[in-house]
Design a protein around this ligand. Structure first.
Ligand code: NAI
Ligand SMILES: O=C(O)C1=N[C@H](C(=O)O)C[C@H](O)C1
Length: 252
């Protein structure tokens, strides 16, 4: 029988952390050895003998947490947002010096969201216009969502590769923010509304037609199969994997 994964959850008292603690405790082949909240020392992770960390904290804390785990030979599954290009580059350097460690940075753990983003990225090259609307609960601290940023980056890359031009837009006068944020040339609009959890629409338009990819997470349970898949896979994938699609065979 394979060794049990010894899992430490960081951000354990948050929305995602609470669900992750429950999921790990119920999962076969895993043992929850530490559950850290804000103010807890990272030493608790090593003292508990963790082999795996799940980071579900805040953008300001996640880089320190992940570097600590990598330096200590602990595999990481990261759902926290804020992993921009500079952070990813520093993490690659850290991993180069610890080359048996695996890290998964997953902007979204929900399978439907991963699929919707992959489909949207594939389709975006064929349409004149491409925009994203992401909709979340009002306690979310960052905007746009990490998922929207990643989706826009993937769409922009396929459009650039195919030679698709910029989305047409004749706007000359606007209130600040009226056209959303510009992520690699894709406009991203953020809605914060009580009652919502995590939702995204990718809108693709060409003369006479529109294609929409919409995904809805109605509760935090939607993210847990992806967290567990990440935990079960990450040790066999040394280095950095960006996006849960890296662990799936989407054939796109
Ligand atoms: N990848 C995915 O599928 C998902 C990612 N997220 C992301 O995960 C992160 C957490 O989201 P939520 O759980 O909704 O936030 P939350 O605010 O409910 O939870 C964050 C928790 O982290 C704690 N914390 C802050 N600094 C810490 C530190 N240094 N060590 C340990 N704990 C610390 C906070 O006290 C809080 O309890 C966000 O960046 C969010 O965007 C959220 C949902 C799904
Ligand atoms: O904060 C959230 O809730 C979510 N955060 C992630 C993001 O920013 O994309 C994933 C999901 O959208 C929920």
């Amino acid at each position: 029988m394979a060794d049990e994964l010894k899992v430490a959850v960081l951000g354990a008292r948050g929305r995602m952390g609470t669900a992750a603690v429950d999921a790990v405790e119920k999962a076969e082949g895993m043992e929850l050895v530490a559950a850290l909240g804000r103010g807890d020392s990272l030493e608790k992770v090593t003292e508990a003998g963790a082999t795996h960390v799940v980071d579900l904290t805040i953008p300001d804390a996640t880089e320190t947490n992940v570097h600590f785990a990598v330096e200590n030979g602990i595999h990481c599954v990261v759902g926290t947002t804020g992993w921009d290009a500079d952070r990813l580059q520093r993490l690659e350097q850290k991993l180069a010096a610890n080359d048996d460690v695996g890290v998964l940075i997953a902007p979204n753990f929900a399978l439907g969201s991963v699929l919707a983003s992959a489909f949207a990225a594939k389709a975006a090259q064929y349409f004149e216009s491409a925009e994203i609307i992401e909709l979340h609960h009002p306690n979310k601290v960052d905007a746009p969502s990490g998922t929207a940023v990643r989706t826009a980056q993937l769409m922009a890359a396929t459009r650039a590769e195919a030679g698709t031009g910029p989305s047409p837009d004749a706007t000359e006068k606007q209130l600040d923010g009226a056209r959303g944020a510009d992520v690699d040339g894709i406009r991203v609009h953020s809605v914060r509304l009580r009652g919502l959890v995590a939702h995204q629409e990718v809108l693709l338009g060409s003369p006479g037609e529109q294609l929409t990819f919409r995904h809805d997470s109605f509760d935090h349970g939607s993210f847990m199969p992806g967290v567990l898949l990440g935990l079960r896979t990450v040790a066999s994938r040394p280095g950095l994997t960006h996006g849960l699609d890296g662990y799936l065979d989407l054939g796109l």
